[in-house]
Ligand binder design. Structure first.
Ligand SMILES: Nc1ncnc2c1ncn2[C@@H]1O[C@H](COP(=O)(O)OP(=O)(O)O)[C@@H](O)[C@H]1O
Ligand SMILES: [Mg+2]
Length: 102
C-alpha cells in the first residue's frame, strides 16, 4: 500500500435538486433548436434561486453553442445589456450587424 498522503477530491455529480421540470423544458427547447428552430430562453428568479446553476448543468449537457446574457440590477441600466452580452458571447466582433449596436 502507498504511504503517501492522498488528496481527496469531492466531485458533485447531479447536484441540482428539484429542477427536473425546468431541465425538461430546457431540453425540449434544445431539441427544437437541433431541428432548426432558433430559441431564446429567459430564466428568471430571485438571487440564489439557482439560475446560474441550472444553466451550467444545461451547458454541460448539450453540445451546442451556449451564450448567456445577464440582467443585472444596475443603478444606471444599460440599454439592451443582456442582448449585448449574448452578442459578445456569440462573437459579435466578427459580425458587424451585431456589433453595430442599436
Ligand atoms: N436547485 C438547486 N439544487 C442545489 N443547489 C442549488 C439549487 N439552486 C441553487 N443552489 C445553490 O445555491 C447557490 C446559488 O445558486 P446560483 O445558481 O448561483 O443562483 P442564482 O444564479 O439564481 O443567483 C449555489 O451554491 C447553488 O449551488
Ligand atoms: Mg447567477
Amino acid at each position: 500500500m502507498d504511504d503517501k498522503p492522498c488528496a481527496i477530491t469531492i466531485v458533485c455529480v447531479d447536484c441540482l435538486l428539484e429542477r427536473e421540470t425546468e431541465l425538461q423544458a430546457l431540453i425540449a427547447t434544445v431539441e427544437a433548436v437541433r431541428s432548426g428552430r432558433g430559441a431564446v430562453v429567459l430564466v428568471a428568479g430571485g438571487a440564489g434561486i439557482g439560475k446560474t446553476s441550472l444553466l451550467r448543468v444545461m451547458r454541460d449537457l448539450v453540445s451546442l453553442p451556449f451564450y448567456v446574457g445577464r440582467c443585472e440590477p444596475l443603478s444606471v441600466p444599460e440599454p439592451l445589456g443582456p442582448l449585448r452580452e449574448l452578442a459578445a458571447g456569440a462573437g459579435a466582433a466578427e459580425m458587424p450587424e451585431l456589433a453595430a449596436g442599436d
